[in-house]
Design a protein around this ligand. Structure first.
Ligand SMILES: C[C@H](O)CC(=O)SCCNC(=O)CCNC(=O)[C@H](O)C(C)(C)COP(=O)(O)OP(=O)(O)OC[C@H]1O[C@@H](n2cnc3c(N)ncnc32)[C@H](O)[C@@H]1OP(=O)(O)O
Length: 709
């Protein structure tokens, strides 16, 4: 705290890197505040954050080890409300960078807020499975109105300073260099009654009347249930907001704290907090990111192949202002590729994620070519042609001749061993996998595949590209399927197995969706198209024949020209609006598949519960993920959690597939797989990594596998 000559005490929150509100920081804030309120030479208070960041909110590490407190609401009620908000000295928050969660809540207790135009303000607590716990549920609706507050909290949507001013959350917008001085003037003006002295908690002018409020809240409940039926905390948040509108908001502050504390203990919150840190940990690679290497600037990328993947990758790059040269084999294919990029961008415009002006700007970064002439000054090349080893080898030899000696050579292969691809080159150190997921401009994950020859610099460079194009990277070793597809294949196969043994396709899809996947395995197969599925499954059968279950169902359906959603006939039938409905005719394909597999309906399986179906669907995924770790293909279980969430759609509120399995116990997972392997064969046999942990009662995350590339 620093007291200025004009009598304003400036308190600066300082806790690098994001000024999180740890218990120490909060204790020091309380001490400074009390001193400022006591001192006669202090007339007003300005609260700000060090190094251009107000505060990212409560320290998420602190959820675990909260000190026991007889009055858990003392911070929110006794201090923030009764001391700060009700003080006879005005407080103004000076906000730059982020004011999120508890950060924004403290700012809302102040009597006014001054912000930079680009500051980011929001209450994202629900993404961590908790609700705002320092008055946010009560003050935000009173400042920005009920509908906007609900949107910001339930969708964890933050807003920029400029919008916050329009909504009434921020009073004054100024450039960063005038922030603190303006906030000080503002505080003095409030004291001199030249500005209103607002107490956010007691404002009612922006709240709708009770009838209207009830309608808005009812709609919000329906939406929250639709979005994630398994989650309780959004409903708790809505209840608390409602109670504050109907009764005394100060009393509801206590309830907010108690509900928040209860939610912190929930499995949902533990899972979501795990995901928060797991996501940040994916880009920390031992012996790579701790070598103090500086990422090189990637200004220009060249992409070979303008198909679905190539055009998606091109879109992702130009969206982040990286210049792209797209190469195809002839004019017709090139036009098609460029048109795909245009369609992707137009979709963004349609959805309001991009202006028409931006569309032109981004598109101007793309050029199409038929030869390698413009590859000379490319910083990175991404090859995205069909999965043909000879073709890829030829391309990489050509690249070595046409590109500069620092250029990174990346391949988007999802199956072929990287060592084979670069076999005919002398630049294995620059060869790396950049495995995007379809559609590449939408899916948030990027698998960075390295061989033992890929240089650390190249990995650091690609990690930086991932950050620029807003993808979460996971760094993995080379093998068929890498990490994500290796986890995905058993999931597809077990669905086929369960149907061959007698379970209903639509029932499986329903159960898996209820568990929290965006769709079931059969609906997903329809969406992806059977052609792709059959081709990639073959690769998997070849590489891991000892543990495959070969259902013939999709092949049989393909023979009858059922190819999935694109032909409107897959496991489901699709109408003009692409609405899926079950097809009773599907039985005949299932019966044929069962005969070809030589299995009969299993009476035991007919009696299994929905929970059994979920475990049968995902324990094989866990088993394969254990092998991926054991072989050193992935570095840590939390990387596989992120991969399962972002690559497969596993519900984040279950923490990812390994975290979820650990919540059930390695011994339990092992025992179930072992029992199923006796009934249904090798496909379910638990691997040694899992068996070892089960024997010792250790968690799957207990030790980090040694990388063996
Ligand atoms: C009582 C209250 O109502 C409860 C709360 O306030 S709960 C907290 C609510 N706040 C949030 O959810 C904000 C979470 N943070 C973020 O969204 C982002 O970190 C950010 C936008 C602030 C910054 O993003 P970015 O610049 O990309 O940096 P990012 O890598 O995410 O974070 C930098 C570091 O700060 C850490 N960090 C960020 N927010 C944190 C927080 N609230 N608590 C503890 N650590 C935090 C990250 O783990 C990371 O640590 P690392 O370097 O060791 O990996």
């Amino acid at each position: 705290m620093e007291v200025r000559d004009d009598g304003v005490a400036v308190i600066t929150i300082s806790n690098p890197p994001v000024n999180a509100l740890s218990f120490d920081v909060l204790a020091s804030l309380q001490r400074d505040y009390k001193e400022a309120l006591r001192r006669n030479d202090v007339k007003a208070i300005v609260l700000t954050g060090a190094k251009g960041r107000f505060s990212a909110g409560f320290d998420i590490n602190g959820f675990q080890n909260k000190p026991k407190n007889d009055k858990p609401w003392s911070l929110s009620v006794d201090f923030l409300t009764d001391i700060v908000e009700d003080a006879r000295k005005p407080s103004v928050a000076a906000i730059d960078g982020v004011a999120l969660g508890g950060g924004l809540e403290v700012a809302m207790v102040c009597h006014a807020r001054v912000s930079t135009p680009s500051a980011q303000l929001g209450l994202p607590e629900l993404t961590l499975g908790v609700i705002p716990g320092m008055g946010g549920t009560q003050r935000l609706p009173r400042l920005v109105g009920l509908p906007k507050a609900l949107e910001m909290m339930l969708m964890s949507k933050s807003i920029k300073g400029v919008e916050a001013q329009k909504l009434g959350l921020v009073d004054v917008i100024v450039p960063a260099n005038e922030l603190v001085s303006t906030a000080c003037s503002c505080a003095l003006e409030i004291l001199e009654q030249k500005r209103p002295w607002f107490k956010s908690l007691h404002r009612t002018d922006r709240l709708p009347d009770l009838g209207e409020a009830k309608k808005i809240l009812k709609f919000a409940r329906v939406q929250a249930q639709k979005q994630a039926a398994n989650l309780q905390h959004p409903l708790v948040c809505i209840d608390i907001i409602e109670e504050g509108i109907l009764s005394d908001p100060r009393a509801v502050l206590m309830k907010e704290v108690l509900s928040g504390n209860m939610l912190q203990q929930s499995q949902t919150s533990k899972s979501l907090r795990h995901v928060f840190f797991a996501q940040r940990a994916t880009s920390k690679i031992p012996n790579i990111t701790n070598l103090s290497l500086t990422p090189r600037r990637i200004l220009k990328a060249a992409i070979i192949g303008g198909g679905l993947m190539g055009s998606g990758i091109a879109t992702a790059l130009i969206m982040s202002d990286i210049m792209v040269v797209l190469k195809e084999v002839n004019g017709k294919f090139l036009d098609a590729g460029i048109n795909r990029v245009k369609a992707n961008l137009q979709n963004f415009v349609k959805k309001g994620r991009m202006t028409k002006e931006d569309y032109e700007k981004k598109l101007s970064l793309l050029s199409g070519v038929l030869d390698y002439e413009q590859f000379r000054d490319a910083d990175v090349v991404i090859e995205a042609v069909i999965e043909d080893i000879l073709l890829k080898q030829q391309i990489f030899s050509d690249l070595e001749r046409h590109c500069n000696s620092n250029c990174i050579f990346a391949t988007n292969t999802s199956t072929i061993d990287l060592k084979l691809i670069g076999q005919q080159t002398a630049c294995q150190d620059r060869i790396v996998g950049a495995h995007f997921f379809s559609p590449a401009h939408v899916m948030p994950l990027l698998e960075i595949v390295r061989t033992h020859q890929t240089s650390a610099q190249v990995i650091v460079d690609l990690l930086d590209v991932a950050k620029k194009i807003r993808k979460t990277p996971i760094v993995v070793g080379s093998c068929t399927g890498f990490a994500v597809n290796r986890m995905f294949f058993p999931y597809v196969q077990v669905a086929g197995l369960l149907v061959d043994y007698g379970l209903d396709i639509y029932h499986i899809d329903r159960v898996i969706t209820q568990f929290g996947m965006p769709m079931g395995p059969f609906r997903l197969a329809d969406l992806a198209g059977f052609g792709v599925a059959v081709a990639t499954t073959k690769q998997y059968y070849q590489s891991y024949p000892e543990r495959c279950y070969k259902s013939r169902l999709t092949e049989i359906m393909l023979e009858d020209n059922r190819t999935g959603e694109s032909s409107r006939r897959g496991f489901y039938l699709y109408d003009d609006k692409r609405k899926a409905s079950p097809d009773p005719d599907i039985k005949k394909y299932v019966e044929k598949s069962r005969i070809m597999a030589g299995v009969a309906q299993d009476p035991k399986l007919m009696k299994i519960t929905d929970n059994d179906i979920v475990e049968m669907a995902f324990f094989p995924v866990v088993n394969e993920a254990c092998r991926v770790l054991d072989e050193g293909i992935a570095l840590k279980t939390s990387d596989l959690d992120v991969a399962s969430i972002m690559g497969m759609g596993f519900p984040s509120y279950r923490g990812g597939v390994m975290f979820w399995a650990d919540s059930l116990g390695s011994e339990y997972v092992y025992k179930r797989l072992d029992a199923w392997s006796k009934d249904y064969g090798e496909f379910f046999r638990p691997c040694e990594y899992l068996a070892w942990r089960a024997r010792r009662g250790a968690s799957l995350a207990a030790t980090v596998a040694k990388p063996r590339l």
